[in-house]
Design a protein around this ligand. Structure first.
Ligand SMILES: [Zn+2]
Length: 255
């Protein structure tokens, strides 16, 4: 990946020239004739605000100029981002399940190991489905164009642009209405679509369609898993009940 102008996405050789420590000159883009990346001189807070406002130039700076794979090895960042993404997704499942249990006023009679195993399966299967659909749908959308994007670039763009999930940690500590989870999901979907657009240069509708399909399939996979585990719980309860009835009958016959 080469360095890019944050305004038009045109490739640039260098973003700035350093004359002495603290004395730099920002380079202009050959295509649009403006400073290629002004975020180099901005505070990180300005970048964060522009990311929250879903400005494409902020995403270009983050994905092409900050996390450039040719300048340093992003493999470590990718692994850490994957780990954090899965933890935050597990937080989402926990918060969502807690709100569902509060609504139904029912507590599971199963052990916490079973609940943890179920949650892990949910997170792993859901995210495998999510990334598979995302990569396949992106490749299919790009089939007609000459643009090629590697799956690692897509993965990095999606992981980095899911930073809104960090607010789920606040939901673990403080009480929030369950609707806040869906608001966070909406922000994550929009942010994913913008980063995918910046990375692949597909149309906004295509990016929204790809991200929405991937999120929908992830939801569907977790619902299928939920139905399967509930069926398992019901079968287990039924077998326990049958055992108790048989034991009671044997006790009566013994008398
Ligand atoms: Zn430009």
């Amino acid at each position: 990946m080469e360095l890019r102008c944050v305004h038009c996405g045109f490739g640039v050789k260098t973003l700035f020239v350093q004359y002495s420590p603290g004395n730099i000159r920002l380079m202009k883009c050959e295509n649009c004739k403006v400073v290629a990346d002004e975020y180099i001189e901005c505070e990180i807070m300005i970048l964060l605000i522009d990311l929250i406002l879903l400005k494409r130039k902020a995403y270009r700076h983050l994905l092409y100029n900050m996390l450039n794979r040719e300048m340093f090895d992003t493999k470590g960042i990718l692994w850490k981002a994957c780990f954090l993404f899965l933890i935050l997704d597990a937080c989402r499942t926990l918060v969502f399940n807690r709100s569902q249990e509060d609504r139904c006023l029912s507590s599971s009679s199963f052990s916490s190991a079973w609940v943890c195993g179920k949650m892990l399966m949910n997170v792993c299967l859901g995210n495998l489905t999510f990334f598979y659909i995302l990569v396949v749908a992106t490749r299919l959308s790009l089939r007609s164009s000459s643009k090629e994007t590697g799956y690692i670039d897509i993965l990095l763009a999606i992981l980095v642009s899911s930073y809104f999930k960090i607010f789920l940690i606040a939901m673990m500590v403080w009480e929030f209405p369950s609707s806040v989870i869906f608001i966070i999901d909406g922000f994550v979907l929009s942010s994913n679509a913008v980063s995918l657009k910046v990375m692949t240069e597909m149309t906004t509708i295509q990016c929204l369609g790809v991200c929405f399909s991937a999120h929908a399939m992830k939801f569907l996979a977790s619902q299928i898993l939920e139905c399967w585990t509930v069926a398992g719980e019901v079968r287990s309860l039924y077998e326990t009940k049958c055992c108790i009835v048989t034991e009671l009958q044997l006790t009566r016959e013994g008398r």
